[in-house]
Write a new protein. Structure first.
Lengths: 350, 213
């Protein structure tokens, strides 16, 4: 019988190959968990205090039942930033387009907004955490994503060309704001978590979203105080970042000090390539390209997963799951097949 | 430096105000509008496209160069209409149904514009029928589709099916791109071209249209 042990994931993040290969997802959509468990998770999540407790009972139980050692959970900053939304929906008019918008923006209020909205979720998560498990995640959205959420990517590029000072100030202000949120988060809720993480997609299929120079000078320096903060609590930091970001990996490892990294897509580089390149220095999380989970047959998926696992062994800590996350559109059958294949491999059903 | 060369140089730096001023000045000085377009604006954009393909510049450089190009084009277009300048071809572009992402699509549009295409932007979350209706309406040469998600990607095939159902498949050059899209997938759904990046897309689109003509 499977008994969760969060230390497996802590070992992976510390780049120690775990005795039992841990499963890991950046996120599993509430809709998907609801579909699998037969519960209207969104209604519970949006309900009263009792509903939220029930949400986390079901949510945590899902991860335990399906063989995870940790419960992945984050609440994003973007959602509480007034006028945000330009990151994920190009139809949203960016709330910050010039210096006046920037100066008017209620930066100082955002930490309060964050905890007013989210503290109840973290409290309920603490109450419902199963024995042997801890959470992974924390404060969602990194610096680059938060900036884009109020400027849009295209708007940010125009700001970079038109007002260099504003461009720099956006990253600085978001960095300061996010750090304040993280400071309070670690004080009040850090105990629930064994590995801390934010996601900041710095790249796409063929390159980084901004120039390597801008990422190194304007974005990454604001990661460091957050990573240092996490380390001051003697916990590892996992960065989730999509895209071809090889050109900034050295700085992420050497300067920022991340302990582990997640996200991979086969068209950029299969997971074993990341493991081969960085496995001697950081833990690697990920594995299966989401497209394979969506479209491959069970047999194809099994061969694919076992091949990745075989190639990834012997290079330090790694945790297996998709290279991204399980949004609602991923077919349930493919997702559960992936979990079952990994659990069969590690002998959970013997 | 000749004024047309200056236009190209400033465009590559994304200096929209300078490009606008120089195009205005060039027209006042009696420069040929076609030369301003081809050797100034489009040449500058092609250089940026090439650099982007070689990873020498980044997406923001392309976006601001394209904005500069559009600023110059706005000044130039009335004169181009007067002299009856024809575009290289016409392209109808959109992100497929269910998908709200537009950065890749916008880059492709800018690159196509940069090699002389007339662009009809359908936006995001576009129904298959809309691609075909618009292509028919404007007399397009190319239908271009973008997708970021694995699960919206199959909607590209629906556009192909819509074309087949109307007996129009051979009439259009169909091109696709986006993060999850592959050459294999392009072959499976029966489109003409998959390209891995916006600059390659513009290059192939121009060649494909020229070959057809």
């Amino acid at each position: 019988m499977f008994e969760p042990n969060y230390k497996n994931i802590v070992n992976c993040a510390g780049n120690i190959e775990a005795e039992r290969l841990p499963l890991y997802e950046h996120n599993v959509s509430y809709e998907k968990i609801g579909e699998i468990k037969g519960v209207d998770m969104m209604a519970l999540y949006n309900g009263d205090e009792r509903d939220i407790r029930e949400f986390f009972r079901v949510y945590c139980d899902f991860f335990k039942e399906y063989g995870y050692d940790v419960v992945t959970f984050e609440e994003c900053i973007g959602g509480v930033m007034p006028g945000s939304g330009a990151l994920g929906d190009c139809r949203v008019t960016p709330v910050i387009q010039d210096e006046d918008d920037f100066n008017r923006y209620p930066w100082d209020e955002i930490p309060d907004y964050y905890f007013e909205r989210n503290a109840k979720y973290f409290r309920a998560l603490r109450e419902e955490m199963p024995e042997g498990m801890k959470a992974i995640g924390g404060v969602g959205n990194g610096i680059f994503e938060c900036v884009q959420d109020v400027t849009s990517f295209q708007g940010l590029c125009y700001i970079a060309a038109d007002d260099e000072e504003l461009y720099r100030n956006l990253f600085r202000k978001v960095g300061e704001t996010n750090l304040k949120i993280w400071q309070r988060f670690m004080r009040e809720f850090g105990d629930i978590y064994c590995v801390l993480r934010f996601g900041d997609d710095l790249g796409y299929k063929t390159s980084t979203m901004l120039s390597v120079k801008d990422l190194k000078q304007l974005v990454l320096p604001h990661y460091k105080p957050i990573v240092d903060l996490v380390h001051s609590y003697h916990k590892p930091f996992l960065l989730h970042s999509c895209g071809k970001i090889f050109d900034v990996m050295e700085d992420l490892i050497q300067e920022v000090g991340i302990d582990a990294k997640h996200s991979n897509e086969d068209q950029i580089a299969p997971f074993p390539v990341w493991v081969e390149k960085y496995g001697d220095r950081i833990g690697n999380f990920g594995g299966a390209d989401v497209d394979m989970v969506c479209h491959a047959s069970r047999q194809e998926l099994k061969e694919y997963i076992l091949d990745i696992i075989a190639k990834s062994q012997g290079h330090g800590g790694f945790a297996f799951g998709t290279g991204n996350s399980i949004p609602a559109y991923v077919p349930t059958e493919g997702y559960l097949n992936m979990i079952e294949i990994v659990r069969e491999y590690r002998g959970d059903f013997k | 430096m000749a004024i047309i060369e200056e236009i190209s140089e400033f465009l590559q730096k994304g200096r929209a105000k300078n490009v606008k001023a120089l195009v205005t000045q060039a027209l006042e000085e009696g420069e040929d509008p076609k030369a301003i377009l081809n050797e100034g604006l489009l040449s500058g954009m092609m250089i940026i496209g090439e650099k982007f393909k070689k990873d020498e510049v980044f997406v923001p450089d392309v976006l601001i160069a394209a904005r500069a190009m559009n600023t110059g084009l706005a000044v130039l277009e009335p004169r181009l209409v007067e002299i009856g300048n024809e575009p290289v071809g016409k392209a109808v572009i959109g992100t497929v149904k269910g998908d709200l992402h537009d950065i890749g699509k916008n880059l492709v549009m800018m690159m196509l514009k940069g090699v002389g295409f007339e662009i009809h932007d359908l936006g995001v979350d576009v129904e298959p029928e809309t691609f075909v209706d618009k292509a028919e309406e404007v007399g397009a040469d190319i239908i271009g589709m973008s997708a970021l998600l694995s699960t919206t990607m199959p909607n590209m095939g629906e556009v192909v099916e819509e074309l087949k159902n109307r007996g129009l498949r051979e009439k259009y050059i169909v091109m696709i791109g986006g993060a999850p899209v592959t050459e294999k997938f392009a072959r499976e759904i029966g489109v003409d071209y998959y390209t891995p990046d916006a600059a390659t897309c513009a290059e192939i689109a121009k060649k494909a249209v020229e070959e057809r003509k």
